[in-house]
Structures are given as structure tokens and as C-alpha cells.
Design a protein around this ligand. Sequence first.
Ligand code: GDP
Length: 445
Amino acid sequence: AAFASLSDRLTATFRNLRTKGKLTPADVDGTVREIRRALLDADVALEVVKQFTGTVRERALGDEVNKALNPAQQVVQIVNEELIGVLGGQQRRLEFAKQPPTVIMLAGLQGAGKTTLAGKLAKHLKKEGHTPLLVASDLQRPNAVTQLQVVGEQAGVPVWAPEPGNGVGDPVRVARDGVAEAKRKQFDTVIVDTAGRLGIDAELMKQASDIRKAVDPDEVLFVIDAMIGQDAVTTARAFQEGVDFTGVVLSKLDGDARGGAALSVASVTGRPIMFASTGENLDDFEPFYPDRMASRILDLGDILSLIEQAQEAFDEEEARKVAEKFATDSFTLDDFLKQMQQLKNMGSIKGMLSMLPGARGMREQLDNFDEKEITRTEAIIQSMTLQERHQPKLLNGSRRLRIAKGSGTTVTEVNSLMQRFEQASKMMKTVAKGGMPQVPGMGPV
Ligand code: GDP
């Protein structure tokens, strides 16, 4: 699928990052270099790559990463945000005219997928309760009109076409008449298919521009084949100058495209990608969501919501205090309990872990993970007196028996908890001396 290799490359880059605690400028530079190569290999235009990596680098070296609890995650989040930006930011929906019919004109090179898209869009609009009319203004390609009639029939949407045998048709007149017909018959949307050539030429641009002037469309959608590679930018710029458009449709995203066109066009033209076409079938069509596409490319699964939850549950000040306590050996069972409760705030831990992209490989650990254990641990600590929590040395046999009874557990469980607490304190003390502790229970992502 599109973006597969870009996605592989970027996730590999982040996998290298996630083993690091603090990031040095060299780490950031290395990461940015890998991102740059991955984007260029995916056919993203050089100017877009430069700007993208420049911004990522600047932000990754800045305070938001420096001060982050988990710098690697923060870098992933920055790349994600910037990627959403490059893809156009917010999702943009079709704008409908206050006074119907809404006129939508399609433009693009021959073979870009305009006629197919006309059918897809018609079907989509019909499903949403609109009453579209298709208009066949592509009189260049020999069977374009017939093709539009076929997709119109498949979509169950009527087609306005020039009378057969009426000499050489005038595409501008067909478009104008089609819109007039829609007004007369009260269709609420009109989709005007136009001609494309194999390359950009002046005549094609003039024709498209004349149609635009004649029908004054509410939306002009520039359809571009995602497989077109580095030519995407030149083509998009030519259409922007020659006709101008309000939105972009990426077609053939189902192919083995490297996806560069998608990542270049919105940012170079400043026009949003509004739809994606993903197959020859009329149903292979979807509104384009920059954020969803970005997380698909970064293969983040739900990692960002995971990061958010983690950020909510652990505020950084608290984390610093805990680290301080570890370092000075003053971490008590009470602090342990607090940490435990924060973990529970994060909801089902198993569910959270399974949101991680690498979770499949962790299946065994996940299955061995027992959430009830946290509840039992909690009960044990809560059965201790404050004094005991601060001075675990007080916990002799009879006290341990009392605690076990009070918490509905066994002395063995109490002993095992104390052992784990000691081990954890020792380990965390070492970690704390080297920097920030990992979020408990949550390895680095
Ligand atoms: P037009 O010249 O711009 O009107 O392009 P067409 O709509 O005729 O499409 C050109 C070819 O691409 C046709 O064979 C379509 O079936 C095919 N096509 C269009 N959109 C897609 C798509 O999203 N995925 C795939 N795989 N093929 C598509």
C-alpha cells in the first residue's frame, strides 16, 4: 500500500530512539537525517522535505523535548504534528452553496482518475442525502462521456451529456447547460467532469479555466494520481496557476505508490487534500483526514492517546519529586502506594499496553500481567500504619501477619511485596542517579 516503505523507515527510526532517555543533539541530528532520507526516498519534494526536517529539528532541540518526561515520545509527537501540518492540518469538508446547486468542478491530467472520481463523489453525495447531477464536459477523450454514463448508472445518478452526433461538442457550453439543467430540475449539486491531457498544455488549461469562468464553481477539485512521484509538484503548480483549485483529491492511493505526491501537494499549493481514492470501485473512496493519515504513516496505533493519558496521570513535577526521593533513598511505601494509584488512574494497564505498536511481540508479558495484583498490593500497604510505611524495618513476623489478615492476603504475599519494594528502590536509586526514571510500569515507547 501507499506509504508502506516510508512507514517502515520512520518506525525503524523511532524504534532506535525509544531506547534513549535524554536525547543529545547528535541523537536529534541522526534522527532528522534518517527522516530526511526516508521522505526523499518516498518521492516527497525536496523543498517540502527541507522545510519539514528543519522544523522538526528545531523543535526537537528545544525545551519541549528537553523538559519532557520521555524525550523520545516527545520527538515522535512532534513529527506527528508536523506531518499533520504538511498534510493540510484540519480535515476540510465540501462547502455547499447557500443557493443550490453547489457546483463542483474536477480538474487534472488525463488518467488521473477524474471520471472515476466523479462517480465516486456522486455516490458519496447521494448517500449523504444530496441529489447530484453529473456533467460530461470531457469531450477530449473518445469514450469519456460513455465512461461517465457508466459510472453514473452505477452510482444511480443522472448524467448530463452533449447530444450525440451534434458535431464537435463545446465543453464550456455543455458545462453551462448542465448547471442550468440542474437549476431547472432542482438538483442540489453538480459535478462537472473536464478533459485532461497527458501532459500540461496551454490549451487544456485555457479550456479548464473557461469552464471555471462559465460555471463559477463552489469547489474546484484537483485530482492527482498519487503514483506520479516527483512530477506532482510541477503539475499541481501548473493547475494552480492555470485554473486554481480549492481542494485536492489523491487518487490511486491503493497502489504501490511511495506516497510523495500526497506529502508534497498540500504543502506546496496551500490547498487541502479533501478526498482519497483507493481503488477502481465506486466505494473505494473516503474523506481525507490528515491526522489519521499521519498516524497511519507513523504506524502509531493509538500511541498518541496513550501518551496523553500518561501525561495526564503523571505530572512532571511529581515525577521529579519521586526521582529526588529515589536518589536520596527516602522513597517510602507510601510513595510506592501513590505511584500505584497513579498507575490505576491510567485505566486498564493491559488495555494501554496493547495500544503500543510493538504490543504483539509483548503478548506473553501482557498475558502474565495481573492487574489484580496492583489492587492486592494496594490493600497490603493500606493495612500498614503510617509509621510502618515509612520504616519498613519495623515489619516483624507478627506485624506482617496482622497486615496479611487486614488486607485479606497471606504473609507470603506481604513478604513478596516487601522484597519487590526493596529491589525496586535499589534499582530506581541507580536509575535516578543517571537521570529521570522511566514511567513505572510503562517501558520506553
Ligand atoms: P481521467 O482520465 O482523469 O478521467 O481518469 P479515469 O477516471 O478514466 O481513470 C484512469 C484509470 O485509472 C482507469 O482505469 C481507472 O479505473 C483507474 N483509477 C481511477 N481511480 C483509481 C484508484 O483510486 N485506484 C486505482 N487502482 N485505479 C484507479
